[in-house]
Design a binder for this molecule. Structure first.
Ligand code: 6MZ
Length: 363
């Protein structure tokens, strides 16, 4: 485990509200219990439970959203989630979250995202590379470490980028609002769009107009695809050829063929898939086949809080389940750089961080 924590890693599939520390969730729930908004004793065991079906996961998200959806809390959880990923040497994090409206808190999708961005900027334990409103002579936004307090020691550095999620419960108009917000916030660290939410809810056709609009305007797109058996939807999503796919648990033979021929990178979330029983065991998980065929893939956490995992744990799990050595796991981590929604300048910087680490670790 420790070795996997020590190597640089790239996280491309992490949901903000799924990645909250248990201790923070409990503290927030206890506060709401004291204010009689919820009954703490009813929710405590739900938060601490480890084994969850897909249905229970989405019930838990409804609870989490009650606990977290105000500006101050959104800022706090964003800061903590970034600090947690950075502490295990994640050097590039694409954090995804669903912009939410909450009239009772005076929250709009935009103000929700502004709170997220404040959270990014509030990180103080590591240097965060995040676009800043610093305009250079050419008047384009530049990326600089937000916190560059030099104290003589080398500080950890993490690139943070944001993906805006469309929830499958949303209407076409709400999905479009999210995409337009993403476009407006493109210079502020938003690099793409994700489609997620309970996979048994909603229809692909509802989200397609917004996703097409996003693509026409240059946003990269990742889709939760095949998390439950739904052959028609999987085919329609493959017709769309997204930049990346999350999960891909219920693909048929033809779907695999197409995805492989398009070389669409797959975000693999082992613990999530096993816990929700989307895949029955690691032995039969598609990681093995995709890895063997050198298909582009990246190990991710999905919801490190909800599934009590971390990216280092996911690397450890893959290494032991599929008999992969340190060098192979390091290569797997390094390859993820090729699939992120960023330009080559950022990728080059990350590649050099990996090169330096390889030398240090004698790999
Ligand atoms: C599909 C998921 C998910 O956006 O509020 N989400 N969607 N499948 C999954 N696998 C278990 N895990 C999380 O983070 C929580 C939201 O992310 C999506 C759901 O829409 C959930 O409500 P945010 O920050």
């Amino acid at each position: 485990m420790e070795w996997f924590a020590s190597i640089p890693k790239v996280e491309l599939h992490a949901h903000l509200n799924g990645s909250i520390r248990d201790s923070t969730l409990l503290e927030l729930a206890r506060d709401l219990g004291e204010k009689h908004v919820i009954v703490f004793s009813d929710v405590e065991h739900v938060i601490l439970k480890n084994d969850r079906s897909l249905t229970e996961v989405f019930k838990l998200f409804d609870l989490i959203h009650i606990i977290t959806t105000d500006h101050g809390t959104v800022k706090r959880i964003t800061k903590e989630v970034i600090e947690d990923f950075a502490s295990e040497n994640v050097i590039y994090l694409e954090l995804r979250t669903t912009p939410k409206r909450n009239d009772s808190k005076g929250m709009t999708k935009r103000s929700y995202m502004e709170a997220v961005m404040e959270g990014v900027r509030a990180v103080s334990t590591v240097d965060v590379v995040f676009p800043h409103n610093n305009v250079d002579a050419g008047s384009h936004i530049i990326s600089v470490p937000v916190n560059d307090m030099c104290n003589g020691t080398t500080r950890k550095k993490i690139y943070v980028r944001l993906l805006l999620s469309i929830d499958r419960r949303e209407s076409t108009a709400a999905a479009m609002e999210t995409v337009k917000l993403a476009l407006e916030m493109r210079d502020l660290g938003v690099v793409g769009i994700d489609l997620s939410g309970n996979p048994v809810v909603g229809e692909w056709i509802t989200f397609l107009p917004a996703l097409k609009f996003a693509r026409e305007h240059g946003l990269d797109i990742t889709l939760h695809c095949g998390e439950v058996p739904n052959p028609k939807e999987i085919q329609a999503m493959l017709d769309f050829i997204p930049q990346r796919i999350g999960h891909a648990c219920y693909f048929g033979e033809d779907d695999w063929k197409r995805m492989k021929s398009y070389k669409i990178p797959v975000e693999i979330c082992l613990t999530s898939n096993i816990t929700t029983a989307s895949v029955s065991s690691l032995d039969v998980h598609h990681f093995a086949d995709l890895y063997k065929e050198k298909h582009p893939l990246v190990l991710c956490t999905d919801d490190s809080g909800v599934f009590s995992t971390s990216l280092s744990k996911e690397y450890n799990l893959a290494a032991s389940a599929y008999g992969l050595g340190k060098r192979e796991m390091f290569e797997l981590a390094r390859n993820a750089v090729e699939f992120l929604f960023e330009n080559d300048e950022v990728k080059q910087d990350l590649r050099s961080i990996f090169d330096l680490a390889a030398k240090k670790l004698d790999l």
